[in-house]
Design a protein. Structure first.
Length: 280
């Protein structure tokens, strides 16, 4: 190691230990083998070991020639190529958050997926904890599970991997920056009252322009969740035109039967669900 730092050796063969803040100004080239096996933040740290002085630096990421890269791998490689300018650390961190998930609030893990908890519940718990620490009286919000077979969730890509051709979410061509999309999703998850949701809708129009259909559907679902929480409804499910509402562990029926939706368009169906929620 001393010989390499002093310039007596031209090549240093190392493990990822060098990502831990190693500073060798004369190092101007790094070759990362099997870059598909590294996380985005790890690649960013490894790339940062070169270019720390006045010399032009190069980072070569080696990938298997014939291997089909997984979706997340392609996203990581694309992000490390895209964010190469000075001060890109924050953008890399936000992109990493979007790809991997926000971590596990209820465990010891500092990274990974929170699918067992959910991003919305994560935000609610975080808000309640902060309010409690401040001495504020926090009203617990009812967690509402929504499963609509006529609508794809924000986790799918424009409906391509879902069962429906209708998608609710924030399209990439509407909000291009990943950290802005995460910011809006966070605000939506924390909007526990109708005025907050209306304010978010106004903000979207002011910042990004007229709302495309997927965003309108996303906000409509958010409104349903708020209304369901006020009615102590913990689940909204639609399966083959049947509307299943759960309150206190039991299904809500009309005349001993599940209410049926008569509309076909997603927006009209969401309004129909809203009317039925208001009626119970």
């Amino acid at each position: 190691m001393t010989k390499f730092v002093n310039g007596e050796a031209d090549v240093l063969l190392s493990t990822t230990i060098i990502e831990s803040g190693l500073d060798i100004p004369n190092a101007n080239t790094i070759i990362i083998d099997r870059a598909d096996r590294f996380g985005l933040s790890e690649l960013y740290q490894l790339r940062g070991r070169v270019g720390r002085y006045k010399h032009q630096a190069y980072a070569y990421l080696l990938l298997p020639r014939h291997a089909r890269l997984l979706t997340d791998v392609r996203k990581r490689i694309s992000a490390i190529k895209q964010y190469s300018t000075l001060g890109s650390g924050f953008k890399i961190a936000m992109r990493d958050l979007e790809i991997r998930g926000a971590g596990n609030l209820l465990g010891a893990e500092q990274s990974g997926h929170i699918t067992a908890v959910g991003f919305e519940l994560y935000c609610q718990l975080l808000k309640q904890s902060v309010g409690s620490l401040k001495g504020e009286k926090v009203k617990p919000r009812v967690e509402v599970r929504v499963a609509l077979d006529f609508l794809d969730s924000p986790g799918t890509d424009d409906g391509a991997r879902g069962r429906s051709s209708h998608h609710s979410g924030l399209p990439h061509n509407y909000i291009t920056e990943p950290h802005h999309r995460i910011e809006i999703y966070r605000k939506l998850a924390q909007a526990g009252e109708k005025p907050l949701l209306d304010a978010l809708q106004k903000e979207l129009r002011d910042r990004f322009g007229p709302l495309p259909p997927p965003v309108e559907l996303l906000l409509a679902v958010g409104e349903l969740k708020i209304l369901a929480g006020e009615k102590a409804v913990t689940a909204i499910e639609v399966e083959e035109d049947k509307l299943k509402l759960v309150r206190a562990g039991d299904f809500i029926t009309l005349g001993g039967k599940f209410p049926r939706l008569t509309k076909k368009e997603p927006k009209a169906r969401l309004k129909e669900i809203k009317r039925l929620l208001l009626a119970i």
